[in-house]
Design a protein. Sequence first.
Lengths: 401, 151
Amino acid sequence: MAEQLPIYLDHNATTPIDPLVLEAMMPYLTGEFGNAASRSHSFGWKAEAAVENAREQVARLIGANAKDIIFTSGATESDNLAIKGLARMYQDKGRQIITCQTEHKAVLDTCRRLEEAGFEITFLKPDRFGVVSSEQVAQALTDRTILVSLMAGNNEIGTLHPIGQIGAVTRQRGVFFHCDATQAVGKIPIDVEAMNIDLLSLSAHKFYGPKGAGALYARRARPRVRLVCQMDGGGHERGLRSGTLNVPGIVGMGAAAELAGRHMSDESVRLTQLRDRLHQGITSRLDGVSLNGHPTQRLPNTLNLSFAYVEGEALMMKIRDLAVSSGSACTSASLEPSHVLRAIGVPDALAHGSIRFSLGRCNTVEQIDYAIEQVIVAVNELRELSPLYEMDQQQRQTQKG
Amino acid sequence: MKYSEKVIDHFNNPRNVGSLDKNSLNVGTGIVGAPECGDVMKLQIEVNQEGKIVDAKFKTFGCGSAIAASSLATEWLKGRHVEQAGEIRNTDIANELSLPPVKIHCSVLAEDAVRAAIEDWKRKNVIKPAEQAQIVSAQPGGSGSRDCEQK
């Protein structure tokens, strides 16, 4: 195969920088090195203008007012600023925060930190597809609730929460709504007005922008969200995020946001087709393969499969030509299987045998067909090695006999 | 996970994959681990009249190092006298494969599998009431089972 190997199928981890994004960034990594906060000379003015242009570009992608965008280092920082910042600001009003068991660690661990500080955290349990319904949210709300934090698209299984419906509930009940949209931005349409989102986290490197650049959307009106800043310093970004702005990163994020907006509708159709081709290609020739996540309400690029009788890390070692990730405990430092798969009720044995394929802009039909072959060969080889497969086959023989 | 070349070699070319007749008197079978913990090893030895291990086979559900550890164990078992087979230590396996610290449990599991196989053979062939009491089941969740947390 003439294709370059390995094939990158891990776009939910990160994406390559689009060449046009890099081009947009280059001047700010070289000659235009000014500090956006320098008010006294053209170096500073040019940097500031570039940052404000990027702010417009990012805002447009999520239907926001540019003034409501705060640049950060990435979605983890945005999540921390949104949740801790809001909790500290409104703790006298109430101390309950509602979130979900399948959130990213940046949200879960932030909430746990607040729990230690005396906040009451409600971790909603999703259904077997990973969905939390607006009814569940409505039922969990109390007069102590100050924030609901739910992700748009899950990073591991791709399941989409009904964000618009949840936003309608929180708005009606007068509770703030934070949405970690790190995986969804650039892949599916997000509109903070239509969805009644008050705070939204996003990260450039998930949509072909640079690493180290992110943003928090924080609504300034109808209703106004107030936050306590997490870092003290020069009072940048409305006083909410002190620190010299990462001008090249921000410019790259803006350019990436504009490109994402332009490509989204075509690309989501194309990726859905490729993803389903991969899914069907594998399941049509292998038994004991199950989908983790929602069959349809899912990010267009994400396919999380469990392969019975094999372990995920071993499977990844076999498919060296494919860059993927696994929910297996053996791939994590903690040796715990994925908290997301556990929360949706996937048995641990199957969680250990899970692989996440996340497709992206560079993937082709040829690559997907190659990936199908690789996966089938690898799973069959490992099943020949697996005592569980042998026992199961023997049991079936006995039942037949 | 970055593995040593020896792990990669055993993983890509596992030695002695397969199964022996578990009902045979000459065969000892050890099955250790648990699917929910992410690794199950089945290790079998065939012992001749002189007490020498003439064949060893394994099948493993688990990560790369679990497969490598059991593959290596079968290599070390073949040709040994059954009385010396129990001298195979997890530390030797871990050292030979240069296992990273988080994968030491794979070598522990391999040692457990070796012991379980020997015990199963002994149960079939050496009848000493004192030992009989100590022999534990060679089923999953038996002698080799441990909490996943111990990994």
